[in-house]
Design a protein around this ligand. Structure first.
Ligand code: CP
Ligand code: NVA
Length: 304
């Protein structure tokens, strides 16, 4: 199976991957070697700290061999078609992890690859990040049902996958963006179908940050301008500030709210220093959990 976004998973699958992540975290270095004798290609068209390190170390600690390639070290889509690259790579490796600009390039790779393709971030989605975030929420809150999660800022890749992840585990999600920066319409539709299927959770889109923050158990934000994004930066600085997570906004949320950010953060823009460094912030747990949950993803994929 391929993991291009979370909608390929059921609720049961997501909960299983989180459980695996928790198991791998508890048993660091003395766990089963799920990738024993296997090789994993890890491709980056854009910079990365967390994804690059966590995948490299996850593969190594699972007994496999990680092969990291940056954009300028591979022909991908330039000197060679994505189709040929995917077919050739499938003859060498057991899985492909890729961070790309265009999600449709990932879809093309998945179409021609005979080994699993895992999305390490595209312009549409960031599923591995959200699995780590759901694991973090499980650790802090012990449950998903009945929780209100508020995402504030740009309706980007992280927001899209968070919408699917929240729907899958049955949380009540409110997404607050400026007008014109709403999340992907197809993703929103899919999430609504998931919510209907399980009969739990909800999804509300608004342009009002206070409505989102009110009584929230979780506040989540991400950068206002993503990598490869061609937004008008001047306009962004004019219209996004009301969506900043700061101490004033925190007052609307529950007393035990947790504050999340996938990182890297633009401190002082989408989130203030005092909040990201404050007692509600769980950002470094999210970053750490990338390592553990991605081991869970490999275990899950290879037992299919
Ligand atoms: N959160 C995340 O994906 O970070 P990197 O860009 O550093 O990988
Ligand atoms: N939305 C951000 C996430 C980075 C991890 C971006 O795509 O740049």
């Amino acid at each position: 199976m391929h993991l291009l976004d979370l909608d390929v998973l059921s609720r049961e699958d997501v909960l299983k991957i989180i459980e695996y992540g928790i198991y791998f975290k508890k048993n660091r270095r003395k766990h089963e070697k799920v990738l024993d004798g296997k090789s994993v290609a890890i491709i980056f068209e854009k910079p990365s700290t967390r994804t690059r390190m966590s995948f490299d170390i996850a593969v190594y600690e699972l007994g496999g061999h990680p092969l990291i390639m940056n954009q300028n070290e591979i022909h991908l889509g330039k000197k060679e078609s994505i189709k040929d690259t995917a077919k050739v790579m499938s003859r060498y490796v057991d899985a492909i992890v890729a961070r790309v600009y265009k999600h449709r390039h990932l879809e093309e790779m998945a179409k021609y690859s005979t080994v699993p393709v895992i999305n390490a971030l595209s312009d549409l989605a960031h599923p591995c990040q959200i699995l780590a975030d759901l694991m973090t929420i499980k650790e802090y809150k012990g449950k998903f049902n009945g929780l209100k999660i508020a995402y504030l800022g740009d309706g980007n890749n992280v927001c899209n996958s968070l919408i699917l992840g929240s729907a899958l585990v049955g949380m009540d999600m409110v997404v607050a963006t400026p007008k014109g920066y709403e999340p992907n319409a197809k993703t929103v539709l899919k999430a609504k179908e998931i919510i209907e299927e399980y009969g739990e959770g909800s999804l509300t889109l608004t342009n009002n940050p206070i409505e989102a923050a009110e009584d929230a158990d979780i506040l989540y934000t991400d950068v206002w301008v993503s990598m490869g994004d061609e937004k008008d930066k001047e306009e962004v600085l004019k219209i996004f500030p009301p969506f900043q997570i700061n101490n004033k906004l925190l007052e609307y949320a529950k007393d035990d709210v947790i504050v999340m950010h996938c990182l890297p953060a633009n401190r002082g823009l989408e989130i203030t220093d005092d909040v990201i460094d404050g007692e509600h912030s769980v950002v470094y747990d999210e970053a750490e959990n990338r390592l553990h949950v991605q081991k869970g993803v490999f275990k899950f994929i290879f037992e299919q």
